[in-house]
Design a protein around this ligand. Structure first.
Ligand code: SF4
Ligand code: SF4
Length: 443
């Protein structure tokens, strides 16, 4: 694609990077075929190519974001399906991230939208505040029929309350800094850090507990370093760069201390949405003289938990359940990190019968805060995903991202389905000597 940027605009390194991305697009339109919003809405401006044109026009002319640009960029899930499809290697993720930051800097959203986003970004990345908010939501659920009718914010409030669990599991001991040593019976193979994160340990602390049991059974010491927390992805996707960079810097500092201290073989991430962002820290801080090198080191060591299991080897399988598992590949896993077959291979090795979900490349509609901010499109994608899963008649759905788990579980609940969604690592832990995952207790 030809671009026409004034030289002074290209003095900004972020604009330089975006111009380079824009020039790789040959506007062939292949990406439209796999874009969930284009599939549902049929509007070119809700396709990757359409959004690329809108962003190009805004950046080239140095214009503040308009209502039209905001509407179509807001509807993008950042699922990155377009990046998998694109034959030309367009790095849509970096382009749309830059556009979101530009929107945040130049566009004044309506008051209610602004307030809603401020509340989400002040609460979700902080486990303590998020826990309190969810406790409040369990009371709010009683008033949901009234809240849903409120003008402007009613639908979003309703979506938020729908996603909130009825009861919260207790706080996990793994949220405190510590080192869990390799299991005594295992030959010691190395030392890894595990990301505790923000929303996941509140909604389902069992995921990291299963991961730590599995990793220590594999012979790894697992450290939870002091000072780490939210990876910054939730606010990053809202264009709030200053906040996301502050979260990222805290994590980088915490992990670099461990890397330069007793050493780390990997930084283990059990939420693929976080993994995609942490693997991109190197790019995020490329112009920061104090953090560029450290961020690149962290990104190089960041691994999804399935990658770490493959690196060090699955322990002996002691429980070959033979259960039928449909594997739902989170967008951040397959499109963001390009991890496609590995989780399925591990599940098969662990004794599960693994099936693919039809239309597996299409997003379930979770996408960070998307299911709260765009509840209608999100619900349509969720229902489509649940229908595709049910066609395989699985007993269990496995996935590697808490956002997808919450979203799809809501879809199953709406249909009174008995199918359960479980994190891949909880199934691997079960097969190698861990407890039956809590979600399957009622089977
Ligand atoms: S597939 Fe790639 S090159 Fe073709 S229009 Fe989409 S982004 Fe541009
Ligand atoms: S990231 Fe997903 S929703 Fe956004 S343009 Fe690409 S395919 Fe469409």
């Amino acid at each position: 694609m030809q671009t026409n940027f004034a030289p002074e605009r290209l003095a900004d390194p972020a604009m330089q990077a975006s111009e380079k991305i824009l020039r790789t697009c040959v506007h062939c339109g292949f990406c439209t075929a796999t874009c969930p919003t284009y599939l549902l809405l049929g509007d070119e401006l809700d396709s990757p190519r359409g959004r690329i044109y809108l962003i190009k026009d805004m950046f080239e002319n140095g214009r503040p974001a308009t209502k039209e640009v905001v509407q179509h960029v807001d509807r993008c899930l950042s699922c990155l399906s377009c990046m998998t499809t694109c034959p030309s290697g367009v790095h849509y993720m970096h382009l749309v991230d830059h556009a979101r930051a530009h929107i945040e800097a130049t566009y004044e959203r309506p008051f209610a939208d602004r307030l809603f986003r401020n509340v989400l970004s002040a609460v979700l990345p902080h486990p303590g505040r998020f826990r309190l908010a969810l406790l409040g939501a369990s009371i709010g659920k009683l008033a949901a029929p009234v809240l849903r009718r409120l003008p402007v914010v009613g639908k979003r409030l309703g979506a938020m309350l729908d996603l909130a669990p009825r009861a919260l599991p207790p706080r996990s001991h793994l949220q405190d800094p510590q080192t869990v040593p390799a299991a005594a019976a295992a030959a010691r193979k190395g030392r890894v850090a595990i990301l505790t994160g923000c929303a996941q340990p509140v909604l389902d602390p069992g995921i990291n507990e299963a991961a730590v049991r599995l990793l220590t059974r594999m012979g790894l010491d697992v450290v939870v370093p002091a000072g780490e927390g939210c990876c910054g992805a939730l606010v990053h996707h809202m264009g709030r760069d200053a906040e996301s960079h502050a979260f990222a810097k805290r994590n980088i500092d915490a992990w670099i201390r461990e890397m330069d201290g007793d050493g780390l073989d990997a930084i283990v991430i059990t939420a693929s949405g976080c993994g995609t962002t942490i693997k991109d820290y190197g790019f995020m801080f490329r112009e920061d003289p104090a953090y560029a090198e450290k961020a690149a080191r962290v990104s190089a060591l960041a691994k999804d938990v399935t990658e770490v299991v493959a690196m060090f080897g699955l322990p002996e399988i002691v429980e070959k359940s033979g259960r039928v598992v449909a594997y739902h590949s989170a967008c951040s896993m397959q499109h963001g990190q390009k991890i496609t077959d590995l989780p399925k291979t591990l599940l098969k090795q662990a004794g599960f019968v693994v099936k693919d979900v039809p239309e597996g490349h299409i997003c379930c509609g979770s996408a960070g805060t998307y299911n709260i901010l765009q509840p209608e499109i999100s619900a349509r994608l969720r229902d489509r995903k649940v229908a595709n899963i049910e066609r395989m008649r699985p007993e269990i759905v496995a996935t590697g991202n808490i956002g997808c788990m919450t979203q799809i579980a809501k879809g199953f609940a709406d249909k009174a389905s008995t199918t359960r969604i479980v994190h891949t690592v909880a199934l691997l832990d079960w097969a190698t000597g861990g407890p039956v995952p809590a979600e399957l207790d009622t089977f």
